[in-house]
Design a protein around this ligand. Structure first.
Ligand code: BGC
Ligand code: ZN
Length: 338
């Protein structure tokens, strides 16, 4: 089978042929990968800034946002059947389990000994077939399959939105999202679905197709933040400038969420945080219940907006899509099975 990933010995991206997987063992499921999405994490991995291959190997198959179809189930698997559509969870619990992993919150793992498919110590889904534990797969209703490649990024957003809403004391009415990439767009759509008044601020010009798409869903694009104050502000731009802007835009009791910014010095508004009883949180990854909510919300979000976010390309185009985002659409998706 085909596979695309990183050779950590030569520090190069490579396409490789691997033997097809063996039949699934007890509790396991063999899936045919249908499609795999690419994000900023993959581009950072491809520059070898982080990530590592499975133990004892030098190659890491990339791809952590995937949709697959069950080919065969191993003994003891009762919830999944051949033909079912599934989305794999990215993170796998640590062993022996830390308190978070033990209570089903692998996304909150405190030992750091977790693995993440396509990222840390476990092969991803830019390959024709994969074998997973049934407990790491989320079943998708067939009518959602054409948009289900968005479930993994949506699960990350589900956790962030849920965390922000939970922390905000009296209940938030307004939200600002910094960034209009896939995570920023999905966050804005989800806040809207939760009934908040939503604004997006990003580097994209006001006539950008992604901005227009958000406006169609009742989301306001703001070119300059000025004195804007909101209950919740999320940084989804991967930049410290956006993170500082998010904190600076918080109203009293406001909650700021950091999803992608690297470290930076200066500018933390400590005095405002204490004076206005504000909170800041960071979040990464998503646990099983966030995936379940993502499946529900994928069905509730406007189908044509989600469809317009997806740009499908061939598996073979992977080296060029890793080098640069190829289109104005939000999410580049590689099709493996026709
Ligand atoms: C993925 C997360 C993952 C994170 C860091 C993101 O792109 O969506 O599931 O935890 O990268 O590895
Ligand atoms: Zn991702």
């Amino acid at each position: 089978m085909r596979s695309a990933g990183l050779d950590f010995r030569t520090r190069e991206f490579a396409l490789r042929e691997f033997p097809d997987p063996a039949p699934p063992a007890a509790g396991e499921v063999l899936i045919r990968v249908q499609e795999a999405g690419i994000c900023g994490t993959d581009r950072e991995l491809a520059s070898f800034r982080f990530g590592f291959p499975p133990e004892g190997e030098s190659f890491l198959t990339l791809g952590h946002e995937a949709l697959g179809q069950v080919v065969e189930t191993g003994p003891g698997v009762v919830d999944l059947h051949a033909g079912d559509w599934v989305v794999p969870m990215v993170r796998r619990p640590c062993a022996p389990r830390c308190p978070s992993c033990a209570r089903g919150r692998r996304d909150l793992c405190v030992s750091g000994a977790f693995t993440e498919a396509g990222i840390f110590g476990r092969h991803g889904y830019l390959r024709d077939y994969a074998t997973d534990d049934a407990s790491d797969l989320v079943r998708i209703p067939g009518h959602l399959a054409s948009r289900a490649v968005l479930i993994e990024p949506l699960s990350v957003v589900e956790k962030a939105v849920e965390t922000a809403l939970r922390i905000h004391e009296p209940g938030a009415r307004t939200a600002l999202v910094l960034g209009a990439g896939p995570i920023g767009m999905l966050a804005a759509l989800l806040f809207r679905l939760r009934g908040l008044e939503v604004s997006v601020h990003s580097l994209e010009p006001p006539d950008h197709p992604r901005v227009k798409l958000l406006e169609r869903s009742g989301i306001r694009y703001v070119a300059a933040l000025g004195n804007m104050r909101v209950d919740i502000a999320l940084e989804a731009a991967g930049s410290p400038a956006a993170a500082f802007a998010a904190l600076g835009a918080l109203a009293p009791l406001g909650v700021g969420g950091i999803l992608g910014s690297p470290n930076a010095t200066g500018g933390m508004p400590f005095l405002d945080l204490l004076r206005y009883n504000q909170a800041v949180f960071g979040t990464v990854n998503a646990g099983p219940e966030a995936f379940v909510r993502a499946v529900e919300d994928l069905a509730a979000l406007e189908a044509d907006v989600l469809d317009a976010m997806i740009f499908r390309v061939r598996f073979e185009d992977i080296s060029s899509t890793l080098a640069a985002a190829p289109s104005t659409a939000a999410k580049t998706v590689h099709v493996l099975a026709e």
